[in-house]
Design a protein around this ligand. Structure first.
Ligand code: SF4
Ligand code: SF4
Length: 318
């Protein structure tokens, strides 16, 4: 039993188990136009892993047993998967609420200019990473020119109603520039709104703060700075039992680019598939077995329970 499991048992008296699945998160591949310093899946332009159409068909079949379930598409830059638009269209035809995690700058890659209109037509909700409202901080994490492209992309989305109309949400995602916990989400959202409105004339729906996980390139960076142990200790010491109910693994399942199943995208990055009592590949899964499954955890899980908590939907408690 790992340290996180021990902590959960100490607080709740049992292991961490899932509730009903409300979201299927799909990681359609690790190819990305960026190569961010904090990336937990080490995505980049040189990664060749992309989800095949046959795996997407398996997901569509799984979702027939989960009507109304939200689908959350991530990557890499998911838009770079060659089957992306077809997958989105079929999910929408099947009636699933859909959100896509975009890095915004991908709109300026060859052949991608029509993405904002496509998103609007398909009623896709957007979650867009913008790790700071200051250009210098974004440049340090994501590279030169990314901030300007992101601002231009948000402007295009605003023109289509995103970030302004209730049914077209544009959530922005903040993550710290280094080994520290995110600040208070509500306070930071006010600062984002003020700065982006005053300096760039752009709007968004809400801000999500996400804690950096000690995985992938972020972990490599910590090790180079000899701060990995210090950061892991910081996360474990900030354990907040109030975050347990809302942990995203309790309400979702993740499908990796090759059809492997996991409790969350972080577990995918660590090659941790579902509990051994369940199959590890989507083609063998019986959807009826998902609720109440034991969650596979590790020391990295303290990243989700530290402070106000962290998930793909931002902080877990106020
Ligand atoms: S953090 Fe997102 S945008 Fe950056 S390299 Fe990773 S997948 Fe791409
Ligand atoms: S890292 Fe994954 S499995 Fe661990 S607590 Fe967070 S969401 Fe759950």
């Amino acid at each position: 039993m790992n340290k996180f499991d021990r902590k959960i048992r100490e607080v709740t008296g049992r292991d961490l188990h899932s509730a009903e699945v409300q979201t299927v998160q799909v990681n359609v591949g690790l190819r990305c136009n960026l190569q961010c310093r904090h990336c937990h899946v080490s995505a980049g332009p040189n990664r060749s892993e992309v989800m095949a159409w046959s795996t997407m068909e398996s997901i569509l079949r799984l979702l027939e047993a989960l009507p109304g379930c939200q689908v959350d598409i991530t990557g890499g830059a998911p838009e770079l998967n060659p089957h992306f638009k077809r997958f989105v269209s079929e999910l929408r035809t099947a009636g699933h609420p859909l959100q896509v995690r975009t890095n915004l700058s991908v709109f300026f890659e060859p052949g991608m200019a029509g993405l904002p209109k496509f998103f609007r037509e398909q009623q896709v909700q957007l979650v867009a990473s913008l790790p700071c409202y200051l250009e210098g901080n974004v440049k340090a994490q994501r590279g030169a020119g990314v901030f300007e492209k992101s601002i231009t992309a948000i402007r295009q989305l605003n023109e289509l109603g995103y970030g302004l109309e209730e049914e077209r949400t544009l959530s922005l995602v903040y993550n710290p520039g280094g080994p520290s916990l995110p600040p208070d989400q509500t306070t930071l959202e006010e600062a984002y709104r003020r700065e982006l409105r005053e300096h760039h004339g752009i709007e968004f729906s809400r801000l999500l703060t996400i804690t950096n996980m000690p995985l992938g390139r972020f972990l490599d960076d910590l090790k180079r700075q000899k701060k990995d142990l210090e950061y892991r200790t910081l996360l474990a010491d900030a354990f907040n039992s109030g975050t347990i109910d809302g942990l995203m693994c309790r309400h979702q399942i993740c499908v990796a680019w090759d059809g492997t199943l996991a409790d969350c995208d972080f577990n995918i990055a660590l090659d941790l598939s579902l509990d051994q009592s369940l199959p590890s590949h989507i083609d063998q899964l019986d959807p009826a077995t998902l609720t109440g499954r034991r969650i596979v955890t590790g020391h990295h899980c303290f990243g989700c329970t530290a402070g106000c908590g962290s998930s793909c939907g931002g902080a877990l408690v106020a």
